[in-house]
Design a protein around this ligand. Structure first.
Ligand code: 2BA
Length: 148
């Protein structure tokens, strides 16, 4: 984050607040579900972005959708974890932001999603904006404005 103290809330853009791509856990389209579940469990996140082989954003995948998919009538069908791939069940209906979008664009987008992916004009993955980053910045801005 590169925010200076005198920056107004309205000056802030998504690029200032996002977690950059190299720090974001992700999986790839063709990964087996087993790998995705491993990444999710080991990282501790409920959901992570899905990228293609060229690092373009294609969706997100979460623990719940994987567990639902392997849940059979009487047991977990663990064999599905190696038979199925991330692309078979990932969520492709996701909002995106760009680095130049405003703080308010970000605030609106994290009302319904715990994180929103940030992409460039060609769809390459730049990072994520989390609900935490927005709330943290709003709290900071509130205290700064109280002390002015
Ligand atoms: P969740 O995994 O459901 O996490 C919800 C909140 O719990 C996070 O909110 C964070 O405050 C805390 N949390 C969870 N796992 C954590 C961990 N390993 N280290 C530190 N704090 C953790 P946010 O920070 O607002 O993140 C919202 C969502 O963004 C997360 O939801 C996760 O799906 C995704 N996310 C955040 N950081 C990520 C990263 N570096 N790589 C991949 N996905 C990330």
């Amino acid at each position: 984050m590169s925010i200076t103290q005198d920056q107004q809330l309205t000056d802030i853009v998504i690029g200032d607040l996002m977690i950059s791509s190299e720090k974001v856990a992700h999986v790839q389209l063709n990964n087996p579900l087993e790998h995705a579940l491993l990444v999710l469990v080991k990282s501790g996140y409920s959901a992570v972005p899905v990228l293609d082989a060229t690092y373009k954003l294609v969706g997100t995948i979460g623990k719940t959708v994987i567990l639902n998919e392997i849940l059979g009538l009487e047991r977990f069908e663990f064999e599905k974890l190696s038979e199925m791939q991330v692309k078979d069940i990932m969520n492709t209906e996701i909002p995106t932001l760009s680095k130049d979008d405003t703080f308010m664009d970000g605030l609106k987008s994290v009302i319904n999603y715990p994180f929103v992916c940030v992409t460039d004009d060609e769809g390459y993955f730049d990072g994520i904006l989390t609900r935490r980053a927005i709330l943290k910045y709003m709290r900071k801005d509130y205290y700064l404005s109280k002390n002015m």
